[in-house]
Design a protein around this ligand. Structure first.
Ligand code: GRG
Length: 329
């Protein structure tokens, strides 16, 4: 967050983010204090607020300055957080945002209900404050998240899929909501149509890079940096781009043997896979692919107004990849 603060030097964006925080807690409040406590739990636990920030940054390109970009930020963060409640049930996660996950602290049932409640509130916020097109887009994105997540489940421990299927998963589960965040912010500020389209294309590529970088971090970082042991994705049977590339590479037969062994995998198996993936240069090649996508993202911005907001958008990609570099050094 501190890094983002030094990158995004537009006071209005941070003032609006403060308002987003207030509105998030209001939107997560229910008549029942028990549900309120659970629905606010992850909001109070932190998070980067990357999606609301994107909505607010995109709104810098519009003609209007009113409450709508804040509401756009609130609606996308509520969808995001609601999906995290459900994701933690699916993954049986203990920790989220450095705090006990809702499923671990209360129960799966409560986590599902509170996740549903946050999703419902996201729709309510959007329908109250945003355009019909934005409400439609949010609903379509919600569907894309579920599609991405379902596809991912089908591919768990599957040794016969490739990078194309992986990209389909991350497009649905991550890039779709990142793109919608920027798009809703731009629409909410009455940006010109060509600007809305440019920001959407940019944010799509950024969303893909966001997930590729996050997945690379899981292979290079230590527990202190990412809050979970390295190789968690492998343990869960989620084979990300570098692992899939190593399966198709020179040491593919050994990686296939290791990943085809009985799971849960012992630490020795996870360690050997990570070593092969790293030494085979597959993390590097995933980062090269991420860099190619950042070039596409930059190209999408040609034609949108020059100035500080655009410079910030240009620097966000380097920020995402910088997190991976920092973890490696
Ligand atoms: C009910 C909408 C809905 C979805 C159900 C569970 C599910 C289907 C989808 C989950 C998709 C998911 C968890 C995608 C991963 C998204 C992601 C990159 C999470 C981490 O985001 P960060 O790093 O986290 O922005 P913070 O905590 O900083 O917000």
């Amino acid at each position: 967050m501190d890094d983002l603060q030094s990158l995004i030097r537009i006071p209005r964006v941070w003032d609006s983010l403060t308002r987003v925080e207030e509105r998030l807690l209001e939107a997560a409040a229910a008549d029942d204090p028990y549900l309120t406590k659970i629905a606010q739990h992850l909001l109070l636990a932190g998070g980067k607020r990357f999606r609301p920030l994107l909505a607010l940054l995109a709104a810098e390109f519009g003609k209007s300055r009113d409450h709508r970009p804040v509401e756009a930020g609130v609606s996308v963060e509520l969808i995001h957080v609601g999906s995290l409640y459900h994701d933690d049930v699916i993954d049986e996660a203990d920790v989220r945002r450095g705090a006990a996950s809702v499923n671990a602290n209360w129960s799966n049932t409560v986590a599902i209900l509170a996740g549903d409640f946050l999703m419902a509130r996201a729709s309510e916020v959007a329908a109250t404050h945003l355009s019909q097109e934005s409400v439609r887009l949010l609903a379509a994105t919600y569907a894309e998240l579920v599609e991405g997540q379902t596809r991912e489940l089908q591919l768990d421990f599957d040794l016969d899929h490739g990078v194309a299927e992986y990209e389909q998963v991350i497009a649905g589960k991550t890039a779709s909501l990142i793109r919608t965040s920027a798009r809703l912010g731009a629409i909410a500020s009455d940006a010109d149509d060509h600007v809305v389209e440019a920001l959407s294309r940019w944010a799509w590529e950024l969303g893909m890079v966001f997930q590729i970088a996050d997945d690379a971090l899981d292979l290079v970082a230590d527990e202190e940096t990412i809050g979970k042991p390295a190789g968690s994705d492998i343990r869960e049977g989620k084979f990300t781009m570098p692992v899939l590339e190593s399966l198709a590479g020179a040491s593919g037969a050994r990686v296939r043997e290791l990943l085809g062994s009985t799971h849960p995998y012992p630490d020795t198996v996870v360690r050997e896979v990570i070593d092969i993936v790293r030494s085979g240069g597959h993390v590097d090649s995933a980062l090269t692919e991420a860099t190619r996508r950042l070039d596409l993202a930059s190209a999408a911005l040609v034609g949108i107004p020059e100035g500080e907001p655009k410079q910030i958008l240009e620097s966000l990609g380097a920020y995402l990849l910088g997190r991976v570099d920092a973890a490696r050094s």
